[in-house]
Design a protein around this ligand. Structure first.
Ligand SMILES: NC(=O)c1ccc[n+]([C@@H]2O[C@H](COP(=O)([O-])OP(=O)(O)OC[C@H]3O[C@@H](n4cnc5c(N)ncnc54)[C@H](OP(=O)(O)O)[C@@H]3O)[C@@H](O)[C@H]2O)c1
Length: 361
């Protein structure tokens, strides 16, 4: 009997995958046998070693709380993956079996040439939502949506890096254009985007970082990641503390991604003259009261910008491989324990990512 985790995929007809056939509690996630997918023209097949579990794109999606995303049922979730190329479809020349790669997020749904991502105008959707995702032994994705991993970057780190670092990079580098010495207030210090934002702002951009979170434990994590000042917004007034730290000037940038209606209004009032608020998330809201006097009086810009620029991904991977950004991985679990991973995320705001690894079972 061949071991499906090590046998060449061409020698096995079925693989293991997580699927849900209806929305509901974590128990709707089933560890099932499904046919091994064949790469179409322009696609590669990846043997998955890591896929991240996400609060919105996995947990809320499975619970039926993301109706706007309308996943195709039955759904193999998993909006990213890292692993090795197992096979390439017709027309793929950039990749070959054995290469270490990662893939994530929104990508073409049609067949598309391996170099045509920028020019592609057909339907797009996320892997794990509109096309089969990474919670499987093997997954096919368009070659144009695949990135090579640098030396020194493991699969678990790569999946987490690709999921979060480019978003943080885009917000702080491209959108907020943080300059060395500027003050940046990072919300959700212990969260995925928050913990990366602290390190990116400080270690890559040379900014001065204030981080905030809602518990002492999460504040302590922000401090351990290098934030110069940390504030528990449940114990101290966020705006007052920020103004004290910045000699009354306020911060140049607020990096949010949460939209907590109790906290974001105070962070907004802590923005200084020509401040920039950047965000790509609103799971704690989405409705938040904004002081429009402060907005126009301080010439503030608010920019919501999900996604990232393709050319940034290698820079993000390198920053992680070089140790400038350390990723918070709470646990690595076998793929078969996906439901447990969902329960853990539902029960805890968390300080770190859960990664599923199909090679562990
Ligand atoms: N690639 C990406 O990472 C990406 C891309 C696009 C959009 N987003 C969006 O960005 C947001 C942040 O993602 P993430 O992975 O960084 O999130 P996360 O780590 O799961 O959570 C970030 C922080 O949100 C706060 N929080 C958690 N649950 C909350 C709740 N129910 N109400 C209020 N606050 C809560 C906690 O901070 P406190 O200490 O303040 O409680 C937590 O540390 C999500 O909405 C996500 O969909 C992410």
């Amino acid at each position: 009997m061949l071991d499906r985790r090590t046998a060449p995929a061409q020698d096995i007809a079925m693989m293991k995958a997580i699927r849900f056939h209806e929305f509901g509690p974590p128990d709707v996630l089933r560890y099932e046998d499904v046919p091994v997918p064949e790469p179409r023209a322009g696609e590669v097949r990846i043997r998955v070693h890591a896929g991240t579990v996400n609060r919105v794109l996995d947990v809320a999606l499975r619970a039926g709380k993301q109706p706007q995303r309308a996943p195709a049922l039955p759904c193999i979730p998993g909006v990213d993956c890292a692993g090795t190329i197992d096979a390439v479809g017709p027309g793929v020349t950039r990749f070959k079996p054995g290469q270490r790669v990662a893939s994530a997020g929104t990508m073409p749904l049609d067949i598309v040439g391996e170099n045509e991502r920028a020019a592609y105008r057909g339907p797009i959707g996320m892997m794990g939502i509109k096309r089969p995702g990474g919670f499987a032994d093997l997954v096919c994705v368009p070659a144009c949506a695949v990135d090579l991993l640098p030396e020194g970057l493991g699969f678990h780190e790569a999946a987490v890096a690709l999921r979060h670092v480019p978003t943080a990079w885009n917000l702080l580098v491209n959108v907020a254009a943080v300059k060395p010495g500027e003050w940046v207030l990072i919300m959700g210090a212990a969260g995925n985007l928050g913990s990366i934002g602290i390190q990116l702002a400080k270690n890559v951009l040379g900014a001065r970082v204030i981080a905030t979170a809602g518990s002492d434990e999460r504040v302590a994590l922000g401090r351990s990641l290098g934030a110069e000042h940390c504030i528990n917004y449940n114990k101290q007034d966020l705006r007052d503390e920020v103004l004290k730290i910045t000699d009354g000037k306020g911060v140049n940038v607020v990096y949010d991604n949460i939209a907590n209606p109790q906290v974001l209004p105070k962070a907004f009032k802590a923005l200084g003259y020509e401040g920039r608020l950047v965000t790509a998330g609103a799971h704690g809201g989405p409705n938040v009261t904004i002081d429009f006097f402060h907005l126009y009086d301080h010439r503030i810009t608010i920019r919501g910008t999900p996604g990232h620029k393709e050319g940034d991904v290698p820079l993000c991977f390198q920053a992680v491989a070089d140790g400038k950004i350390k990723l918070q991985i709470a646990q690595v679990l076998p793929l078969s324990r996906a439901a447990e991973a969902h329960r853990l995320i539902e029960s805890d705001p968390g300080t770190g990512k859960i990664v599923l690894d199909p090679t562990m079972g």
